[in-house]
Design a protein around this ligand. Structure first.
Ligand code: ZN
Length: 139
């Protein structure tokens, strides 16, 4: 299931060294090589899939089981953690292998809430909201 061109698949096979924090049959967690905060950690499934919805259900559950385990550790650093997934290239995903960022956050770091990522605010009409509701609702 590995992709020869994928940097995360090479971390899984140990062809690229990393600071592995946790590993089981289905998932692995390691320190981000380009941390934005002290303790910036990644959790990934061992199967190569680009997006969350591409993961088989059992792999998804195992991924978030490891996120749950690692969040307890990472959160012990600052007492607050941003958990983030860029799901697709246009959302900021730089490696097309599902990865969950666990980023320790502190009061005086330079980041803000997720809403601060978007400089342009949008306004929706009632009909647009209704249309989105119909599109996204799971029946
Ligand atoms: Zn991969």
């Amino acid at each position: 299931m590995n992709n020869v061109d994928c940097i995360f698949c090479k971390i899984i096979t140990k062809d690229i060294p990393s600071k592995i924090l946790y590993e089981d049959d289905d998932t692995i967690s390691f320190l981000d090589a380009f941390p934005v905060a002290k303790g910036h950690t990644l959790v990934i499934p061992k199967e190569h899939h680009a997006k969350i919805q591409d993961l088989p259900s059992d792999v998804n559950q195992k991924l978030f089981g490891t996120v749950h385990k690692m969040t307890k550790k990472v959160d012990s650093l600052e007492g607050s953690t941003l958990i983030a997934i860029h799901n697709g290239k246009e959302s900021g995903q730089e490696v097309p292998h599902v990865h969950v960022h666990l980023i320790p956050r502190s009061k005086n770091d330079s980041a803000g809430p997720v809403h601060s990522m978007f400089k342009d605010k949008i306004e929706l009409t009632e009909s647009e909201i209704d249309s989105l509701y119909d599109t996204l609702k799971i029946n």
